[in-house]
Ligand binder design. Sequence first.
Ligand code: SAH
Ligand code: SF4
Ligand code: F3S
Length: 469
Amino acid sequence: MQPTLDIPILDDLDQPKQVSVTVDGKLQVYLETYGCQMNVSDSEIVAAVLRENGYGLTHDLDAADVVLINTCAIRENAEQKVRRRLAELRSQKKKHNPDLKLGVLGCMAERLREKLLDQEKLVDLVVGPDAYRDLPNLLSAATDTGQAAVNVLLSREETYEDIKPVRYDTNGVSAFVSIMRGCDNMCSFCVVPFTRGRERSRPVVSILDECKSLVESGFKEVTVLGQNVNSYRDEKEGANVDFAELLYRISLISPDLRIRYSTSHPKDCSDALLHVHAERDNVCNYIHLPVQHGNTDMLHRMKRTYSREHYLDLVERARKIVPGVSFSTDIIAGFCDETEEEHQDTLSLMELVRYDHAYMFMYSERPDTYAARKFVDNVPEDLKKRRLNDIIQLQSGISLEKNQAEIGKEHIVLVEGTSRRSEDQLSGRTDTNKMTVFNRVDFSKGDYVKVRVTDCTSATLIAEPIGLV
Ligand code: SAH
Ligand code: SF4
Ligand code: F3S
């Protein structure tokens, strides 16, 4: 039987993304993914490890012998959502299928292993992000013994470089490629260094090989991933490849392959990297550059290692070197001790940069972080909400104005598929990462189509097609 592939991917970190690959096997595994793109990419590795070991993958929960939830711990509500889901699954298990094995993977595994296993007895399997090679052993152990199986060891070396991810992404046009794991930055609010361990880079050769094989399979776009992707460095076996050099080398693989990346840290956004954007047509003119806050004292409390002025200089430099580059960002409202003046600095920075898009969050205290140990989460909830709302309102106005300024301009869109609204329309993104819809005519998925923008909303450009590129 041919595998059937189907994966609804939602932008919201708190929403599940289902891995729905149907592959025959001794036991059927149902995999559900929460969190960021790294987790989606990790689930592709998990799917590969399982398939390699004879497990089947199913999108039908009722047909599953094993249910694995790849979890996120970035904010309290992300964790709560997973806990509710686990409780739901556990009650189903009790009622309908006592032999069902229930497992927690990913970022919640690390911290919650004892709680999950001992106090709440919620699950049969707990596997951290560096232990996916061990999944088949752990699954057998849990099945054979009826005891919970755990491996949450974090590694300094694991990059899964030799594992060929199972791409259950249906569009066949764009793919994620993980190039590094972990994070050493220890931003004071962030749990990721604790859930994913130390930063390590994957060998350049294996990254280039994966990108080449994606091109051979017809993919047209890669998004290379890491928590601090632009601190990538491969110094092993005589290599001396930094992120700018890596992107340059990927860009040489095929002029038809577009390259994006996420997430970059302002401290590592070098001029060399900006010049790669400028010189290589297939390295997209788009940078996701999380600022987190607009006030220098606050950035210091957040341990972000740059000031407001440094960040603004960087944006200006990038706009000089890469004309037309677009920016998106992440912003946190209501971090510890945030004053009204500091909050206003975030708004004024947004006015200065004029991001095309932003991901905006209310601060949520995470255990073990520097902020949890040293600061007090003292901005009241309603004030956090109001400030977040100020930020969202401002950004949606800016996004709309920026999109309106595109009306009449031409862009090249890589078609990703049929538009969600209408079968007669296609959707894809511009080089600058703006979602665009236009009439299908006779274009197809994977085509590069030149379009002229005719209208917009704050989230989407509406365009008329001009022709194939
Ligand atoms: N590695 C990336 C982002 C990781 S998490 C980076 O450094 O930019 C994605 C976003 O979640 C962060 O950029 C931050 O804006 C937000 N975030 C992280 N911890 C948070 C917390 N404790 N409360 C609210 N938002 C948080
Ligand atoms: Fe978290 Fe900071 Fe690392 Fe991003 S760079 S994952 S925000 S510690
Ligand atoms: Fe969440 Fe882990 Fe990603 S905490 S945001 S899934 S790195």
